[in-house]
Write a protein that binds this ligand. Structure first.
Ligand SMILES: Cc1cc2nc3c(=O)[nH]c(=O)nc-3n(C[C@H](O)[C@H](O)[C@H](O)COP(=O)(O)O)c2cc1C
Length: 319
């Protein structure tokens, strides 16, 4: 099953489904599997040292000849200009810029024929990104896993408002894990979806079985927001470590202790070692809907087929 719309045409992909950046736990095999299956796989560079980021991206590029993407979280990486230059040198086809002002980097990337996605969380940011020349907007709602925006807008409210205000393709992120979510995003005017949480529980994902199980066993009440006191909002799956972070937050005005305990090192301890007493695991609110661990190809194909069916049936019900 294929979808032809302005997003899939622009990115030259089969399914209108993008993998979001996953910080330092991004994995080349998973990203390449998503691109090989017909979606857009992504390596997030998080705050990785340049050589590690280049290694992971090179591995992804080796494993797929389909379009794939690199996510650069601007406020997180210590040397954005350098990493941008490296991605140009590697001839990465698509770059997504999140967590900061993308404007200084957009035209430089585009001069090298790189498609630029900007991840935003408000209408104001979407308009600014379009004005700065972005090719695609990803709108991320508060349901999403990982670092979230201060204004806490949900995907349901954000997508139609952004779609109304910009002319470039809009992708919905946050709270999508199946065909119903894809159909809803398309109905709201998006041209596709970006997912993070759903891809954790896939066969190709290299994460510890405790992390995958935590996603599969999650209910609608299984995620928690930490860091609101310090304006560094992050959505995690509840765990002993998440409770420890909340305790730190309750007791300390100074953000330094909290920041020290939420570095990417603790992300790796949770995700790769499965040690959720001593490290955190990101997870979005949609984890409650996820009950299996399919291959990436089956996931993309089933989601798209289900979305098509749902949209067709909805129209029939309206008659
Ligand atoms: C483990 C993990 C790490 C993430 N790290 C990043 C990141 O480095 N940069 C970024 O822009 N988004 C990051 N996100 C957010 C995803 O890219 C994506 O937008 C989000 O997960 C979508 O919402 P969902 O989790 O409900 O699918 C991360 C998400 C997960 C699950």
């Amino acid at each position: 099953m294929t979808v032809v719309n302005k997003l899939t045409r622009l990115l030259n992909i089969t399914y209108p489904i993008i993998q979001g950046g996953m910080g330092n736990i991004s994995d080349p095999n998973l990203a390449a599997a998503i691109s090989n299956a017909g979606g857009l796989g992504t390596i997030g560079v998080g705050d990785l040292p340049i050589n590690e980021a280049v290694y992971k991206v090179t591995e992804m590029l080796k494993q797929t000849s389909n379009p794939c993407c690199v996510n650069i979280p601007i406020a997180v990486h210590p040397n954005v200009s350098h990493i941008v230059q490296q991605m140009i040198n590697l001839k990465v086809p698509v770059v997504s810029l999140s967590a900061g002002n993308p404007a200084p980097f957009i035209s430089l990337l585009q001069q090298h024929k790189i498609i630029v996605i900007c991840v935003i969380a408000t209408v104001r940011q979407a308009k600014k990104a379009e004005k700065a020349g972005a090719d695609i907007i990803v709108c991320e709602g508060y349901e999403a896993a990982g670092i979230n925006a201060k204004n806490e807008s949900t995907t349901m409210t954000l997508i139609p408002q952004v779609v109304q205000q910009v002319n470039i393709p809009v992708v919905a992120a946050g709270g999508i894990a199946d065909g119903k979510g894809l159909a809803a995003a398309l109905a709201l005017g998006a041209s596709g979806v970006q997912m993070g949480t759903r891809f954790i529980a896939t066969k190709e994902a290299p994460y510890h079985k405790i992390y995958k199980q935590a996603i599969i066993q999650a209910t609608d009440e299984s995620t928690v927001i930490v860091g609101r006191r310090y304006n560094r909002i992050r959505r995690l799956i509840r765990s002993e470590y998440a409770s420890k972070l909340l305790e730190i937050e309750n007791k300390n005005d100074d953000p330094a202790i909290f920041f020290k305990q939420t570095t990417e090192n603790y992300h790796k301890i949770g995700a790769f070692d499965g040690d959720i007493k001593n490290g955190f695991i990101n997870g979005g609110q949609i984890a409650g809907l996820i009950e299996d661990c399919p291959s990436v190809y089956d996931l993309l194909e089933t989601m798209t087929a289900d979305a098509k069916q749902i949209l067709k049936q909805s129209l029939e019900k309206l008659e």
